[in-house]
Structures are given as C-alpha cells and as structure tokens.
Write a protein of this length. Structure first.
Length: 145
C-alpha cells in the first residue's frame, strides 16, 4: 500500500513525469533486444513484453493526467494495481535482458515462463487502474462499517 502510494504521488511526477517514460523506453529496448536475439527459447517473450509495456504506458499516462487534474483520490485508487503492473512489466523486461546478455539457457527459460504466464496480467491491472476507482468507492461504503 504505502509503496504504491509513494510510487503514484511522489515518483510519477518526477522530472515533470518524464522520468518514468524514460524508464519505459529503456524497458522497450529490452523487448526489442529479445526479439532481435532470435533466441527461440524466449518464445513469445518480446510480444508479451510489448503488450505489457503498452499497458504500463497507458496506465501511467492515465494516472499522470488524474494527478495533474486534481483527481488524487482517483489516482490513489489505482495505486496498488499500478505497482503490480509496473513490477510485472519491469520484471519481465529485466529477465529478458539477463537472457539476452549472455545468460545461461535457464535464464531464457525463466524469462519465457515469466512472460508467458505472469506478464499477461498487465491488461487486467491496467483496467483496474483506469476503471477501478468507482467500484472501490462503492465497495468501501458497504465493506467499511
């Protein structure tokens, strides 16, 4: 919780919001390197990372727009799924980087497993970031007594 709030409120606005976009661009380089490696052991890693990074980019822009528009509570409602989304996208990219940069065959196997079994969650997480605030608010009225 608190790490997610810190990510959204303090780190996303750094450098006018461009710091996070620079990191996403760097992670896109890892997806491209995986694709260019032609390592068949990586399976669908590059394609899954592309999709995850698109999800991360979309969720990031949404949160930055919400914050700049004064919708802080709406942005914070998406903080926890955003942190998970960020972790999956970055984790997948870093595993791919390790596999491409001279890692053992096991590194490619692990990168592929992570990309093909976990990274696909980013689409649903992006949806929770963008569309989850209203249902969270409604649920809080019923669940918190």
């Amino acid at each position: 919780g608190i790490q997610a709030i810190d990510l959204v409120q303090r780190k996303l606005p750094l450098g006018g919001g461009e710091e996070v976009h620079a990191l996403i661009a760097e992670l896109r380089g890892d997806a491209q390197a995986a694709r260019a490696s032609n390592n068949t052991e990586l399976g669908e890693t590059a394609a899954r990372l592309d999709a995850a990074l698109d999800d991360l980019e979309g969720a990031t822009r949404y949160l930055q727009d919400a914050l700049s528009g004064g919708k802080v509570e709406e942005a914070l409602a998406g903080a926890t799924p955003y942190l998970r989304l960020f972790g999956l996208a970055a984790g997948g990219a870093y595993l791919a980087r390790g596999a491409v940069n001279g890692g053992e065959a096991a590194h490619a196997t692990l990168a592929r497993f992570f990309a093909e079994n976990l990274v696909g969650e980013t689409f649903a997480l992006k949806d929770r970031v963008i569309n989850g605030a209203a249902s969270l608010e409604a649920a809080s009225k019923v669940l918190v007594v």
